[in-house]
Design a binder for this molecule. Structure first.
Ligand code: CP
Length: 304
């Protein structure tokens, strides 16, 4: 049994398979062709934080694969009334085939997985957002081909998305240029890199974007850090991806944002709504890569 708790749970060959499978699943979806590989399988989705894309993509995806879903939140389950996570895992995993969790600490997700009889997927933690990066790299491949040898500029918070980009770069052979305000740096030990040369830190975000193939960012204040919002707004003021930053990147550079976005904060409206932005493809691709992921976790590699 395999879990998907962080990007480094995959190897490069497994990533390549998932991207190929997602492309096939997407093609069939666009042609209204049935792809019912998970008939009678049930996914439990546990949300301890808000979501639009993760909820819709996992729920719609499981139904489209012929399965069904159960949706739980902290507010409407015993999770919010201090039932131990280990007990919840033992119970829930006896009743469903697969579990997706969005929660706070990665350690909580890991405790659930350690007590689960079925595969567990990380739907976002404070430390990682691996499903999003699967979708982002799939989107890059669709638009520009292989990401190996390319440069991704990360502008903004050293958060769960940044950590996951580092893990992906380490695994798939590309480089991440990171620029964060002072005090919001990436903690390299969280990502646990085997190739530290796969990332480089820049004080000036413009320098991080220089000759990048992809420029990407995220909100200045991630979920769970709302109390820091006003302080962060001041600290992050120079970390807005604007047309000047996109001009420093390669002429064919793409812009990505995992969404939701705050126009005028981490990205200008001209950039996110402009010709280099692929944010809508990126959001849609959550559906296709996660269908490939759920199928692989439950059935292994498929040939038909
Ligand atoms: N990108 C992302 O995870 O979106 P949601 O928070 O809406 O699920």
């Amino acid at each position: 049994m395999r879990h998907f708790l962080q990007f480094s749970d995959l190897n490069a060959a497994e990533c390549a398979y998932l991207f190929e499978r997602a492309a096939l699943i997407k093609k069939k979806f666009k042609a209204y062709e049935k792809h019912h590989s998970l008939v009678d399988r049930t996914l439990a989705m546990i949300f301890e934080k808000a979501s639009t894309r993760t909820r819709v993509s996992f729920e719609a995806g499981m139904y489209q694969l012929g399965g069904s879903v159960v949706h739980l939140t902290t507010g409407d389950s015993q999770l919010g009334r201090a039932e131990p996570i280990e007990d919840s895992a033992k119970v829930i995993s006896r009743m469903v085939d697969l579990v997706m969790i969005r929660t706070y600490e990665q350690s909580k997700l890991e405790r659930f997985a350690a007590n689960s009889r079925v595969p567990v997927i990380n739907g976002l933690t404070n430390e990682f957002h691996p499903c999003q990066i699967l979708a982002d790299i799939f989107t890059y491949i669709e638009h520009r081909g292989s990401i190996r040898g390319k440069t991704v500029a990360w502008v903004g918070d050293g958060n769960n998305m940044a950590n996951t980009w580092l893990q992906a770069a380490d695994l798939l052979g590309f480089k991440v240029h990171v620029s964060t305000p002072s005090g919001y740096e990436i903690d390299q030990s969280v990502a646990g890199l085997r190739r530290p040369e796969s990332y480089q830190v820049f004080k000036n975000p413009l320098d991080a974007c220089h000759q990048a193939d992809l420029v990407t960012t995220d909100v200045w204040t991630s979920m769970g850090f709302e109390a820091e919002n006003e302080v962060r707004k001041k600290a992050f003021a120079r970390w807005c991806v604007d047309t000047e930053m996109m001009s420093a990147a390669r002429p064919d550079a793409l812009f990505m944002h995992c969404l939701p976005a705050h126009r005028g904060e981490e990205v200008s409206a001209e950039v996110i709504d402009g010709g280099q932005s692929v944010v809508w493809d990126e959001a849609e691709n959550r559906l296709h890569v996660q269908k490939a992921l759920m199928e692989w976790l439950l059935l292994g590699q498929q040939t038909t």
